[in-house]
Design a protein around this ligand. Structure first.
Ligand code: ZN
Ligand code: ZN
Ligand code: ZN
Length: 402
């Protein structure tokens, strides 16, 4: 039996050996025929394999195949990693002896297992979600309060920033709360309004490689224009729009008109269908200063985290309506709802909308209701009264672990 020079090189000096301490996925595969055992660890960043490592108990062919596989797989997207075959690895090694071909050449198969394991969230503690409120209308002192919203979410090894507040309160509060925004992996915008996008540029300056998810309508120019009052521009600030335009060529911007999976157990809804007759966009919103064209706020979307306990629904402003949002979350995931956290936009709700919303919430039987931002004092009070065991006051629980 003869091995190629490449096989001998990788056998004598195997690359990327040993367990990765904080691996996102692990794949284990054994061959009954010859007793080889292969373990592969992967570290994923922005849906690419940042590191791939291995340990092999087996023959030179198995060791060389794993070593070669780690070289071929590093920097691949998850899709490409899944397309990498055992044959590709054998080819890159200059071929393997026939006798060794099937039993030892399992490196790519072990890699596929690691990717699957990552996607199902089995290797991390997929149940744990840590949410920190960074910006809200009411924050305990000495943190700054403003009309705006931002949540820092730690989930499955990712740092996710959901919305960015209205001003530099985001950076100020993050600093006081010891949250390093330069470590942001993913930014998700619930919609384009200024109170959710004001800190966007500052975060991107601190974390230039973060990937961004937003609805294509989010950067639209729009106004809030109550009858008898002057129109107020409530669009995304121009520095945020410029930043997005800058990021597009880097491939770091993802538009989410439809439900979009970000990574394992993490998705955004995209436009939420309006099905209830009692929910409206909750304000005098227009696309022009003349009150001619209503703003449908199609960009309003929620973030959904699929945990073992059920869905965690993170709301920005819920312009689509709280019940519309929860209905759609259930429809696209088929999962029960465990927690609802964020702006519920009931501040200016009609009596009918308020009553129906509070009543209908009962049917989801979720364990946590944590209203904040634009939910409104009355809605908060009614939720607390009707659901005392589910109500969570975000002012006293800046950090929630689910
Ligand atoms: Zn809004
Ligand atoms: Zn709102
Ligand atoms: Zn808002």
């Amino acid at each position: 039996m003869r091995y190629s020079d490449t096989v001998m090189n990788h056998f004598m000096n195997p690359r990327n050996i040993g367990q990765l301490p904080d691996a996102d996925g692990v794949g284990i595969i054994g061959s009954k025929e010859c007793g080889d055992q292969i373990r592969v660890w992967i570290k994923v960043r922005h849906e690419k394999l940042e590191h791939v490592s291995h340990e092999v108990f087996g023959c030179p062919a198995a060791i060389a195949a794993c070593s070669m596989m780690t070289e071929l797989a590093t920097e691949l997207t998850l899709e490409k990693a899944l397309a990498l075959s055992d044959d590709d690895v054998a080819k890159a090694l200059g071929g393997l002896p026939e006798a060794k071909y099937h039993c030892s050449n399992l490196a790519a198969s072990a890699l596929h297992k690691a990717v699957e394991n990552y996607r199902t969230g089995k290797s991390k503690n997929a149940n744990v979600v840590k949410i920190t409120t960074l910006v809200n209308n009411t924050m305990p002192r000495p943190l700054r309060s403003e009309h705006g919203l931002a949540f820092w979410i730690e989930y499955a090894g990712r740092n996710i920033l959901f919305d960015t507040g209205q001003t530099d309160a985001l950076m100020y509060n993050a600093d006081l709360l010891d949250i390093d925004l330069s470590k942001t992996d993913i930014i998700i915008l619930s919609h384009g309004h200024y109170d959710h996008t004001g800190g966007f540029k500052a975060v991107l300056d601190a974390a230039p490689n973060a990937v961004v998810y937003l609805h294509p309508d989010a950067p639209k120019v729009r106004y809030s224009h109550p009858l008898g009052k002057p129109a107020k521009n409530v669009s995304m600030p121009s520095d945020a729009c410029e930043k997005i335009a800058e990021l597009v060529p880097k491939g770091n911007v993802f538009y989410t008109a439809k439900p979009t999976t970000i990574s394992a157990n993490l998705l955004v809804t995209g436009t939420i269908p309006r099905i209830t007759e009692y929910e409206d966009t909750g304000g005098p919103f227009y696309l022009d200063k003349q009150r001619q064209q209503e703003d449908p706020l199609a960009d309003d979307q929620a973030l959904l985290l699929e945990t073992a306990k059920g869905l965690v629904v993170i709301l920005g402003c819920a312009h689509a309506g709280l019940i519309n949002t929860l209905e759609y979350a259930g429809e696209i995931t088929g999962k029960p709802i465990h927690a609802v956290i964020g702006g519920m936009h009931l501040r200016a709700a009609s009596d009918k909308r308020m009553e129906k919303t509070i009543e209908t919430l009962n049917k989801y039987n979720c364990e946590i209701l944590a209203p904040c931002h634009c939910s409104g004092d009355l809605a908060v009070k009614l939720l607390q009264q009707k659901y005392p065991n589910r109500f969570l006051d975000i002012r006293n629980h800046l950090k929630i672990t689910l």
